[in-house]
Design a protein around this ligand. Structure first.
Ligand code: C5P
Length: 242
């Protein structure tokens, strides 16, 4: 059986199209997925999405959609295009909203004759500290809340969830390997945490069973982003996959 390492997702959280394209140019040969988040989407997203498609690059549109089902379905339709591997929504939008997203992805992809982007539901943001959950009206620890939202996402036929590496083991034990785990909050040993509260190293995320690991600042703010990405890939490939 061949070993399946998680894919590295590089968050293009930079303030200009040129900076984003520079990173795509430098990192594309590493076979990574490029994450287009709020900063890129709202700043220069249309052009970046066109350029990623033209470059044949894989992308994750981290739109974190959360609205009424019809609006979210329509937004997903507008985001589906060749090369888009993942689109994110918020699990807290509820069952009907998630179903609308999953159906819109499948329908639009069938019209375009391309593989449907996977729909991933965000559970609890990795920047939320455990003590903040209660302020949000959420009882229990991060793990319980993640599992409750993951169950909703699985029932709505989402492909997977976005969660902290700390919760991946429980997710896989409960829902099985086919329900995918995408983990931000990844920090190589010694890297600054920034606003992330529940972080883990690339190695521990892989060993817990993550399918995608998302890294932003430790790569895009590194003096040499290519060397930083290569060293994270080395760490991923030297970890023992579950
Ligand atoms: O720079 P850093 O590695 O912290 O970037 C993490 C990326 O993952 C950011 O683009 C952020 O929006 C995203 N993300 C996250 N937590 C989630 C979902 C997405 O940090 N729960």
């Amino acid at each position: 059986m061949s070993v399946r390492y998680p894919k590295l997702v590089v968050a293009l959280d930079v303030d200009s199209l040129d900076a984003a394209l520079g990173l795509v140019d430098r990192l594309q040969a590493l076979d990574v997925v490029f994450k287009v988040g709020y900063e890129a989407l709202f700043g220069y997203g249309d052009e970046l999405r066109r350029r990623l498609e033209r470059a044949g690059a894989a992308s994750f549109i981290d739109a974190k959609l959360h609205d009424i089902p019809r609006t979210v379905g329509a937004a997903v339709r507008a985001l589906v295009r060749p090369g888009v591997e993942i689109i994110s929504i918020h699990a807290s939008g509820g069952n009907d909203m998630m179903v609308a997203a999953v159906e819109a992805s499948a329908e639009r992809a069938a019209e375009l004759d391309i593989p449907p982007p996977k729909i991933f539901a965000v559970t609890i943001l990795t920047s939320i500290a455990p003590e903040e959950l209660l302020e949000l009206g959420l009882h229990g620890g991060p793990g319980e809340n993640v599992m409750r939202l993951a169950a909703l996402a699985r029932d709505a036929r989402c492909d997977g969830v976005v969660l902290s590496p700390h919760e991946v083991r429980d997710l896989k034990a409960f829902f099985g390997d086919h329900f995918l785990a995408l983990c931000p909050g990844i920090r190589p040993t010694g890297a600054a945490h920034g606003d992330q509260k529940r972080v883990a190293t690339p190695r521990s995320a892989v060993e817990a069973g993550a399918d995608y690991v998302v890294v932003g600042r430790p790569i895009v703010e590194a003096p040499d982003p290519l060397a930083a990405a290569e060293s994270i890939l080395d760490e991923i490939r030297s970890a023992s996959v579950r």
